[in-house]
Ligand binder design. Sequence first.
Ligand code: DX5
Ligand code: ZN
Length: 219
Amino acid sequence: MYEVSTSILNVEKGKEAETFLKLEKARTDYFHIDVMDGKFVEKDTYNDMINSSLYIKRTSNIPLDVHLMVEDVFTGIEDFVPFEPNIITFHLEALKNDEEVIKAINLIKENNIRVGISIKPKTKVEEIYKFLPYIHVALIMTVEPGKGGQTFITEMTEKISTLKNYINENNLETQIEVDGGINLATQNAVKEAGSDILVSGTAIIRAINYKDIIDELKG
Ligand code: DX5
Ligand code: ZN
């Protein structure tokens, strides 16, 4: 079985409450909160994601999986800790050096939240190796971060299996989460490559029956 984290990035404005309830009934494992600051990526979803996180925290028991696509990682962590997410993931590319990465990891852990580090498609998988023993989730971007509805980058499949082999060879327990263009056509490639958590936005939000597609992605 796989875990499914539904991205709320493209939920229709004004239909958030009913969509979140439908996703809860469909048993998504997480709500994937795509936080964008308009600097690390072009779009700015910051306030919308704060509002949605607050609403979900108040109305649902489904865990939050926060994906920070922001330049100021430390402020991002501080801003989302109050919603008690299950995971906070930041981008390796947003930090200047190893000391900053360790500082971000510790800040998330001090708040009893699981730590994720994400790498963009062009970032080499080896760059995350040294942090794997200290984090819970490695989020492999299978599209360029910044918007939903993009096409899965097939070359990322090899990156996922390379990472999975390294995790197994080093007896690590880090989970692999994949994000971007994940749907019924691309799910097998990422599952066979070793993914544990599948993020999906457009494929689920556009589906007529959320539970059918979430169950397929979990299978
Ligand atoms: C892109 C986001 C992804 C995206 C996933 O920057 O991090 O979570 O919203 O949406 P789909 O599944 O439509 O690619
Ligand atoms: Zn995301």
